[in-house]
Design a binder for this molecule. Structure first.
Ligand code: AMP
Ligand code: GLY
Length: 422
């Protein structure tokens, strides 16, 4: 099979690495890709949201499957673009329809979906500029901290958790007045769920599903979970507190009703569902849906899959996932992100990276890198994701940190405390 992966991060490198192990793969293209994906296939200069250019490439190169990494093209409707086109509709695309992608693209849609299907989540209301006053009254009925979510995609910045009522009222107003652009035209005000977070990953063809290993990611830039939110600074899988009893509850109360809900509502969904959960006294509550694999969660979850991932994607595209089982590796996998100094704020690019030729006991997934005159240089905030297996978390992390120390580039920063709370 000729496969095109859309995206350029560590997640896409991990998908490329995993499907490169499949005997079904004959050639691999990644658009736009990075210096890591260039070692596994051919990078193609295409924007993930330029659907006509993607169409030309897919048809011109006889691509047999498209795998969509990030959420932006999904929320923009790439699946629908393919199914509406007489030529493209024959080519399977892994990712949900535009309506399915609303589970991530609209917090309001996601919350209403959960209410319709009795999926446990926080109590909430949705407010607009016209109903600001109702929002303020609702805030007064809640205990701090207060959770405000911009309805639309806001590059991971649209959720605010605030300690004082005054601050919450002020931020609510600013969000409704355009602080996050159109994403904040609707704001969801939610009850705060106290607990510890874990994410689970479901691969579905819209009817059947497989539950992939769970993971925990570390979103804050600073050690001890302090400072600004990032795309993710590291991840661990499995997660010790997500035991059999908890995961059974997750399947019964959340995964089943989610997939059944999509099916009942005739929402076309062939891809990953990433469910962010809060464990509140042993019971799972949904804090977010994403409509893709996580990043850096993909860099720990996919290495734990022993099954042929491309074969699973083929089954998804044919709605035959029911016939498949998932084999997983029971070892622990850790990943740590090496980022550019300044991230998640402003940072410099183009710094030469050394130490990549000897990954030791790790697998190095590239995130923000590119090849310039044969040299690998930094090209983003999150630069490399260093992944290692171990018999336990301590061993997996020790291996990752040995490799992380060996890699050098100007301004390299990473968290040394991944897994500290487990
Ligand atoms: P989201 O973009 O919806 O995932 O929110 C970002 C982060 O905010 C989540 O990963 C949680 O850590 C936190 N969060 C979101 N909703 C809630 C909630 N209702 N209660 C507590 N924490 C929350
Ligand atoms: N690491 C968080 C995400 O992929 O959304």
């Amino acid at each position: 099979m000729k496969v095109l992966i859309l995206g350029s991060g560590g997640r896409e490198h991990a998908i490329a690495w995993k499907i490169s192990q499949s005997p079904l793969l004959t050639s691999l293209f990644v658009a736009p890709g990075n210096a890591g994906t260039a070692q596994l296939g051919t990078n193609v200069e295409l924007s993930v949201t330029d659907f006509p250019a993607i169409r030309d490439f897919v048809l011109g190169n006889g691509i047999d499957m498209v795998i969509v990494g990030p959420e932006v093209p999904l929320v923009a409707g790439i699946y629908d673009y393919f199914t509406a086109d007489p030529k493209l509709k024959k080519i399977p695309l892994i990712g949900p329809s535009k309506l399915g992608a609303s589970l991530e693209g609209s917090k309001k849609f996601a919350n209403e979906f959960m209410v319709r299907h009795e999926i446990p989540t926080a109590r909430y209301i949705n407010v607009t500029l016209n109903t600001y006053q109702e929002g303020v009254e609702y805030l007064k009925t809640l205990e701090p901290p207060y959770v405000l979510k911009a309805d639309g995609l806001a590059a991971g910045k649209g959720v605010l958790i605030l300690d004082s009522l005054k601050e919450a009222e002020k931020e609510l107003k600013e969000m409704l007045e355009g602080k996050f652009g159109e994403a904040g035209n609707n704001v969801v005000i939610e009850e705060f769920l106290p607990g510890i977070e874990v994410s689970i990953f479901v691969l579905t063809d819209g009817v059947s599903y497989l539950i992939f290993p769970e993971a925990k990611d570390y979103k804050r830039i600073g050690e001890g979970d302090t400072g600004l939110n990032t795309g993710g600074m590291g991840a661990i899988s499995p997660v010790p507190f997500a035991d059999k009893i908890f995961l059974r509850k997750v399947e019964e109360k959340i995964v089943k009703p989610t997939v059944e809900g999509l099916n009942k509502e005739n929402i076309d969904y062939k891809g990953f569902i990433y469910i962010g959960l809060m464990n509140v006294l042993g019971n799972p509550y949904v804090v977010e849906y994403n409509v893709r694999m996580g990043d850096p969660e993909g860099e720990v979850v996919l290495p734990r899959i022993s099954s042929d991932l491309l074969d699973l994607f083929v089954a998804v595209s044919r709605k035959k996932l029911k016939k498949k089982t998932l084999e997983t590796d029971t070892r622990t996998v850790s990943t740590v992100m090496l980022v550019s100094d300044g991230y998640p704020g402003a940072y410099e690019k183009g710094k030469e990276i050394s130490g990549l030729d000897d990954p030791g006991k790790s697998v190095i997934f590239h995130a923000g890198t590119k090849l310039t005159d044969g040299r690998v240089v930094t090209n983003g905030g999150r630069v490399l994701s260093v992944t290692s297996f171990g018999d336990d978390m301590t061993e997996a992390l020790a291996r990752t940190y040995v490799t992380a120390d060996r890699i050098q580039f100007e301004g390299k920063y990473y968290r040394r405390d991944i897994g500290f709370d487990l």
